[in-house]
Design a protein around this ligand. Structure first.
Ligand SMILES: *[C@@H]1O[C@H](CO)[C@@H](O)[C@H](O)[C@H]1NC(C)=O
Ligand SMILES: *[C@@H]1O[C@H](CO)[C@@H](O)[C@H](O)[C@H]1NC(C)=O
Ligand SMILES: *[C@@H]1O[C@H](CO)[C@@H](O)[C@H](O)[C@H]1NC(C)=O
Ligand SMILES: *[C@@H]1O[C@H](CO)[C@@H](O)[C@H](O)[C@H]1NC(C)=O
Ligand SMILES: *[C@@H]1O[C@H](CO)[C@@H](O)[C@H](O)[C@H]1NC(C)=O
Ligand SMILES: *[C@@H]1O[C@H](CO)[C@@H](O)[C@H](O)[C@H]1NC(C)=O
Ligand SMILES: *[C@@H]1O[C@H](CO)[C@@H](O)[C@H](O)[C@H]1NC(C)=O
Length: 743
């Protein structure tokens, strides 16, 4: 009922269509991506090889040439082409091809937030290295007119930077804060006129400034959320890869942006875009993130906004940091007062301050048009249902939904919308508006029904403490993971509700054409807003530990995360390891590291064939040549997850893990397990003694439970935990047991 999707991205079912007007064939060519694995050593060879491959399935040379859309050769080997079904089939059968998948179009899925995460302005920083960190953001572009993108105090771009800045159209150029800005407009189905890296959506400016926006005092949205706006790493540099347009984000462009980003010398990638695909190699984000991981670059992605339902988490490959959205400890609420003095705090971001004490109020039922048929309910306040004379100059009470444009067109001056479901998120409206719960709806309607000239007022929103924090946003996508039942996802949560950050003045605050408010800041919500917090936290950790692998940084953030409150019983399926705590992540004590070989071992365990791996890694690795790994999940992951189908089966699994000492040279870590009754968790050895830094120690975790273990609980999940501690560091891993839900 709440318009969460407005500013957030998810998969559009539409696939790209493009037909040649060539020949008599009535078959339609569609855009596909053909993925060939590891980046070629010689680019020119790769292009010839790609062309030969295409010519082997399209015999007519001129059609083959025309069918080519884009070639990817910098960071991986792939091409995009318009193909017929039988050509797709032939390419899939070719042993040099890893995968062939249709190009889809995806949709896009803050000052207080960094203080809340215990990173005040004065937090210790490694400025020299931080200013050498480049964060790549794949999004809608950047609006350089926002003060967050000023480059005061920053030197020239780090010497490792190889990327570009495309100064075209109305995009005025880069600076020492936004050092790169490129756009990708290769989708033949909907080419953009006058393309440039300029952000005419707001989303890309918001996410990138959350990561590395400059410190700007006195930022607010029309006085709301006033404070100092800044990114998590305000000295780091931004490289914007504009892959999203009004139509969405095409896989063809997304992959092109990643091909460049990985090669440009960036340190961290942030992608707040919906994921797709059931496998790991039919999804450009998973493909790009894998090649990024091999180069030591961590990719953070949004988990999606399809919560609170299970099996909705996206971007769930194990080499991705999958990020859900949590609350801040403050929230925006909109005070409402009725003529009889009764008050309530509704949900909305209302920038409009009233200039009268009280205004007339009515309900949809009372203001219903006399021309609507008696079996139509006017409560939703939709077009045609209300009577102009009864609405003009009044606040209207509507149920579950309201069309503000329509109410405004009738002269309505405000709207109260009652919700059946509880909400935890506020949205910007184009008129004075607030969501109310059913109890205050009753209070309001009782008053309106029984009063001759009822009155009310909706005040400007206020920020108030949120005692329930930290909790997971109801819209945040939940596990289980549909791509592999071996890994818990999401990995972590970060603030994604009511985040104030930079915006674009080329779009109104709500995106609504009849909204005439334009600002360089906006307050928005979504896992899109959570992901850049984690990308920034990763950059922050990297600025102190430049030599850590992407898996090590991920482990540091996960094992030091803050435990969350269990609100809906889904627990770790909603928040993974918990909420990020960036400063604790600087000193994790131990890390769970993974090499490329570990991920390959994982893929073998998941049933990916030797041939595919051979291409994928270009070093002739096959599953038979990879040392076997007996564990349940085969990956050295910082969380432990067990999923099963038959409630009557016995639970029994062994996990092998290896930790690396990054704390004190001489240290002894002891294991502490907490587990519910009937679940036995044993750790062998339960004491690890280190005598050196970077020393590795392995241990084995066995979990056992009798049949019907989960039958005895209300929920189909149950959590336990493992914590290693040397008395100074706490290295925490959740253990989640989950019974597959019938789907
Ligand atoms: C640049 O901005 C002007 C004024 O807003 C607009 O009229 C024009 O179409 C824009 N040009 C391009 C190439 O986007
Ligand atoms: C909302 O109302 C406006 C103006 O009456 C109308 O043009 C628009 O189609 C309505 N939107 C929806 C979703 O019904
Ligand atoms: C509405 O409020 C009245 C008066 O307080 C109460 O008697 C009634 O039960 C309430 N109705 C609902 C549906 O809550
Ligand atoms: C108020 O009156 C409307 C009819 O105009 C009715 O549908 C509704 O149930 C009443 N609500 C209360 C709380 O009295
Ligand atoms: C992989 O195998 C091919 C032929 O089987 C060989 O030419 C090539 O050198 C091998 N590559 C590596 C990295 O071992
Ligand atoms: C589990 O066992 C119970 C009792 O033995 C039986 O009623 C039930 O059908 C079994 N469930 C499944 C999924 O096999
Ligand atoms: C533990 O298992 C025993 C027998 O297997 C069962 O009777 C008991 O209810 C279980 N207790 C809990 C808390 O699940």
């Amino acid at each position: 009922m709440v318009p969460i999707c407005m500013l957030t991205l998810f998969l559009l079912a539409t696939q790209l269509h493009w037909s040649f007007t060539h020949g008599s064939s009535d078959q339609v060519r569609k855009a596909y991506i053909v993925y060939l694995g590891e980046a070629p050593r010689l680019r020119s060879n790769a292009v010839v090889h790609q062309h030969n491959l295409l010519s082997s399935v399209i015999k007519d040379e001129s059609i083959a040439r025309q069918a080519r859309i884009h070639s990817y050769t910098k960071s991986f080997n792939a091409f995009a082409a318009n193909l017929l079904p039988d050509e797709v089939q032939k390419l899939k059968e070719n042993k040099n091809v890893v995968s062939v998948f249709p190009s889809r179009v995806r949709k896009l899925h803050t000052t207080r937030s960094w203080d809340y995460l215990k990173m005040p302005l004065s937090v210790k920083r490694n400025l020299k290295i931080e200013s050498n960190i480049i964060v790549g953001v794949l999004d809608t572009g950047v609006y350089m007119g926002a003060p967050s993108f000023n480059d005061k105090g920053l030197g020239p771009p780090p010497s490792k930077w190889k990327g570009r800045c495309q100064v075209v159209g109305n995009f005025t150029g880069c600076n020492n804060k936004v050092i790169g800005a490129t756009f990708y407009n290769n989708d033949p189905n909907s080419p953009q006129r006058n393309p440039s890296p300029l952000d005419d959506d707001g989303h890309g400016s918001h996410t990138s400034s959350t990561i590395a926006g400059a410190t700007v005092a006195g930022a607010s949205l029309y006085g709301l959320g006033k404070g100092t706006a800044r990114g998590g790493v305000p000295s780091a540099r931004i490289a914007m890869y504009k892959v999203c347009w009004a139509r969405g984000c095409s896989d063809i462009d997304l992959l092109a942006g990643l091909d460049d980003a990985i090669d440009d010398g960036i340190d961290v990638i942030s992608i707040s875009i919906g994921g797709a695909g059931n496998g790991f190699f039919d999804d450009p984000i998973a493909i790009g993130a894998f090649h990024a991981m091999k180069k030591g670059i961590l990719t953070a992605c949004s988990a999606g906004n399809s919560g609170p339902y299970v099996y909705t988490v996206q971007n769930a490959a194990p080499w991705i940091m999958t990020v859900g959205a949590s609350s801040l400890d403050m929230e925006f609420r909109t005070p409402i007062k009725l003529g009889n003095g009764k008050e309530n705090a509704g949900f909305s971001i209302n920038t409009f301050a009233p200039n009268k004490k009280l205004y007339p109020i009515t309900s949809a039922a009372i203001a219903a048009s006399s021309t609507i048929s008696p079996n139509v309910s006017p409560w939703g306040c939709n077009v045609g249902l209300l009577d102009r004379k009864k609405v003009n100059g009044k606040i209207v009470v509507c149920k579950e939904a309201a069309n503000e444009t329509y109410i405004k067109s009738l002269g309505g001056i405000g709207v109260l919308i009652s919700l059946i479901e509880k909400t935890d998120t506020s949205f910007t409206a184009t008129m004075p508006e607030a969501y109310i719960d059913s109890s205050f709806e009753n209070t309001t309607l009782t008053y309106v029904n029984s009063t001759k000239a009822p009155q009310a007022v909706i005040y400007q929103s206020k920020r108030i403490p949120n005692a329930a924090a930290p909790f997971v946003a109801s819209f945040s996508s939940r596990g289980p993971n549909t791509q592999t039942s071996a890994i818990l996802k999401p990995d972590i949560v970060a603030p994604g509700i009511d985040i104030l950050a930079a915006y674009s003045k080329l779009v109104s605050l709500t995106g609504d054409p009849d909204d005439n408010r334009f600002d360089v800041y906006n307050i928005i919500s979504g896992t899109s807003m959570a992901c850049p917090h984690v990308a920034a936290a990763a950059a922050y950790v990297k600025s102190f530990h430049p030599d850590w692998s992407s898996s090590a940084i991920k482990s540091a953030l996960m094992t030091t995360a803050t435990e969350m409150k269990v609100k809906d019983g889904l627990a770790e399926l909603a928040y993974g390891a918990g909420q990020i705590d960036p400063t604790s992540a600087l000193q994790p004590g131990l890390i769970y590291d993974s090499s490329t070989l570990d991920y390959i071992r994982f893929l073998c365990n998941e049933g990916y064939t030797g041939t595919i791996l051979n291409l994928f890694t270009e070093d002739n690795t096959t599953c038979s040549s990879v040392p076997k790994f007996g564990g349940y999940d085969s990956l050295n992951y910082p969380t432990l997850y067990y999923q099963y189908d038959d409630p009557n089966s016995t639970i029994s699994a062994i996990y092998y893990r290896t930790v690396t000492n990054v704390g004190f040279r001489n240290s002894i870590y002891k294991a502490t397990v907490t587990a519910p009754k009937n679940l036995t968790v044993t750790v062998v050895p339960n004491k690890l003694s280190f005598t050196q830094l970077h020393q590795k120690k392995s241990f084995k975790v066995t979990i056992k439970a009798p049949p019907q273990f989960l039958q005895t609980f209300q929920y189909t999940h149950r959590s336990a935990s493992l914590e290693w501690s040397d008395g100074r560091h706490r290295v925490k891993s959740p253990i989640l047991i989950s019974l597959s839900a019938p789907r």
